[in-house]
Design a protein around this ligand. Structure first.
Ligand SMILES: [Zn+2]
Length: 452
């Protein structure tokens, strides 16, 4: 269990009369994550992830791993440095050129700090190959830091030069098999985004520098987004918008709306775009050596953290998908010296915290606000800014028999009116919710409900 005063969270307090000159802060997530002590910039487009943001990333990674492994993926780790000659063979050294971070070792050998690993994976499969058709399909993934030499890093973690990503790579013996894996991973994405309860839409996309035959972007609706979608308010079908005016929905004939969005994921069927130049082959039934049909999948993990803040926070306060909030529950005890403090003092508050962690399934997800010299109101205000999904206050009603606790839930702005619960009711309520979030969603159902 954590005590609030011990959390390393260097909050930036800007005096009320200060004249803000910092024009580098261009969006809500960048401002709030910095001011609330979750990240710290160390240079242009570079950030130290502090403990609270690290917890969000840990939770996000755990969800991503669960979803992608259910789709059959196996985890591995590729080096961040990829030999530049591999990128030369696929032509991307020239195509992506300026955005690559380039490195040279003491022998003059050239590397890139990889923004993505299609070449590295194709080279691995060539090195161990040719694979037998019986070993296919194969789906490999990693979660690691990637690098991009952005010309103008901006919007904090939304467009940084070092970022964490899930990248997964499929290898198949036929285009049909590649399509099947694509559908499976698509369902994994839907399940992940449904768990996060974020408005994320899959839209058809041009394949661009990646090459290949089929691709979708996964776009989160948010005002600060640099992309624009056409979204149907009726049937919720969405498409990329290259124009400024809205058009009619092909499916239900409603007028579509123009909305801003942030790309948080991308999926591609690549065909032989990488396997052919890098000679990643498989041995077919007739033993003929043929280039693999590949697919690849990405989710920006650090970007998704910032994007969910963009989508959910208000101007003054953080808000989180409950599944990835740094801590799920904050407990605020009575003010020291008050009447409640005499009846329900610090030991009682600690005991409640332990029960929530050990009996309600909230292990390591509870923080105790141990600044009991401050009023409850003042601590509530600070908690609002951090956006804890749930706040439990030990207030006046803890002097009743039996004692009752105030349960608050975060809303877009502020918190819901408190519900008064006995200790047993509180434990039961939160235990049920902790269990509910563990229930698996059937991806087939999600698939059926979604537009293509
Ligand atoms: Zn429609």
């Amino acid at each position: 269990m954590r005590y609030l005063s011990q959390i390393f969270q260097p909050v930036l307090t800007i005096p009320k009369d200060a004249i803000i000159k910092n024009t580098e802060i261009t969006c809500k997530s960048q401002k709030l994550l910095l001011e609330c002590g979750l990240v710290r910039p160390t240079g242009s487009g570079l950030f130290t992830i502090l403990p609270l943001a690290r917890r969000v990333l840990n939770k996000l990674e755990a969800l991503v791993i669960r979803c992608i492994e259910e789709a059959g993926a196996q985890r591995m780790s590729l080096p961040s440095l990829t030999a530049a000659r591999l990128w030369e063979k696929t032509g991307r050294l020239q195509d992506v050129g300026a955005e690559l971070m380039k490195v040279e070792d003491r022998h003059g050998k050239k590397y890139i700090l990889s923004p993505t690993h299609e070449e590295a994976v194709a080279d691995l499969l060539a090195d161990v190959g040719p694979l037998s058709y019986k070993q296919l399909p194969l789906l490999l993934y990693q979660i690691s830091n990637k690098y991009r030499d952005e010309p103008r890093p901006k919007h904090g973690l939304l467009r940084s030069r070092e970022f964490s990503m899930l990248d997964a790579y499929g290898a198949h013996a036929s285009p049909e098999c590649a399509k099947e894996t694509y559908e499976r991973v698509t369902n994994a994405y839907r399940k992940l985004f449904q768990t996060l309860e974020l408005p994320i839409y899959r839209v058809a996309a041009p394949s661009g520098a990646m090459g290949g035959s089929l691709s979708h972007e996964w776009q989160l609706l948010a005002d600060a987004g640099e992309d624009t979608l056409q979204l149907c308010p009726e049937c919720k079908s969405a498409m990329r918008s290259e124009q400024d005016s809205s058009r009619q929905c092909v499916r239900c004939a409603s007028e579509m709306q123009l909305v801003n969005s942030i790309e948080v994921g991308h999926t591609f069927v690549l065909g032989a775009r990488y396997s052919e130049p890098l000679r990643a082959h498989y041995a077919a039934v007739d033993a003929a050596s043929t280039p693999l049909h590949m697919s690849c999948y990405g989710i920006g993990i650090t970007r998704l953290l910032a994007a969910s803040v963009e989508a959910l926070a208000n101007d003054k306060a953080l808000r989180w998908p409950e599944a990835i909030a740094p801590y799920r529950v904050l407990i605020i005890g009575p003010k020291e010296g008050s009447k409640e403090w005499a009846v329900h003092g610090w030991e009682e508050v600690q005991g409640l915290g332990e029960e929530l962690e050990n009996e309600a399934g909230l292990y390591s997800d509870v923080v105790l606000d141990d600044r009991h010299t401050h009023t409850i109101g003042r601590r509530m205000k600070a908690a609002d800014r951090m956006g804890y999904p749930i706040i439990v206050v030990c207030g006046r009603s803890t002097t009743e028999q039996p004692p009752r606790y105030e349960l608050y839930r975060s809303k877009r702005v502020g918190y819901s009116a408190p519900v008064l619960l006995t200790r047993a009711e509180l434990l039961a309520t939160l235990a049920t919710e902790a269990n509910v979030t563990k229930v698996e969603v059937n991806p087939k159902e999600i698939c059926a409900a979604e537009s293509s």
